[in-house]
Design a protein. Sequence first.
Length: 323
Amino acid sequence: MDQRTELSEFLRSRRARLRPADVGLPDYGGRRRVPGLRREELAQLAGVSTAYYVRLEQGHGESVSAAVLDAIARALRLDAAEHEHLRRLTRPVRRRAGRGPAVRPQQVRPELQQLLDAMEGVPAYVLGRRLDVLAWNRLGNAVVGDIAALPPEQRNMAWQVFLDPAARELYLDWESKATDLVGMLRLDAGRDPDDPRLASLIGELSVKSEDFRRLWAAHDVRDKGHGVKELHHPVVGRLTLRYETFRPAGDPDQVLVAYHADPQSSSAESLRLLASWIATGPPGGGADRQPADPPGARPEPSGVPESEALPGSGAGPASSTGR
């Protein structure tokens, strides 16, 4: 990702979504040549000269001060994730020498895997950089799809949601799920614009998915948080699950995602039914730890858990469900 181009396009996209009335400026009518605020209006709100802001929007953010960035973020009504993304886009990037891997493979600590395994009634998994699925427990495997049966290059949340047709059946609000994932990938791209594995993933999704191209062009940014997901599970039917995310100590690029249902709800009963179902599945089915990733594979799952494959499921995208 070219950092200067990304900064320019991000600022333009945020400015385009605002109208004078949104920020307390008079609208003198007439048709605007471009949507949203004009550059001079945004500069006025941020308390900088128009020439200064124009230069920033052209991608020249190397010498901008933190105070000016904060003022522009307030003028653009950026949320916390967008504000942090803007800061990263104006920081100098330390280019890596050579053609080796951009980052060291992520490792899930054994103690974290033990915690996942102990959460027997709670579907949970760990996401790493690029939304790679690094680890999971048995109920998490059953809720979001047979992760253990997938080849390493498909153990990625974005890959599954955009390229596995089953994901559109699993997520009742697929558009919202897809938008969130693209925003998280965009945030990752701001953190490490030189990551070749992320570039490969974005390139593959752009070529194969028109929906991904549309959402990527919006330049929206998201961070993983909490909320509610409506699922249509192929075994137990409709599930309304709340999710929370936690960042394990020692690796800020990992997040543990845990789902739960409201007490006494039909979804809570369905989760209990699903847990009982996988506990009585065929012995040994998919329970072995997965082999190490082949050289050059995009995702780098490590510390992969003992996960029981769903009875009757097979490997590959045709039989898996999206995340």
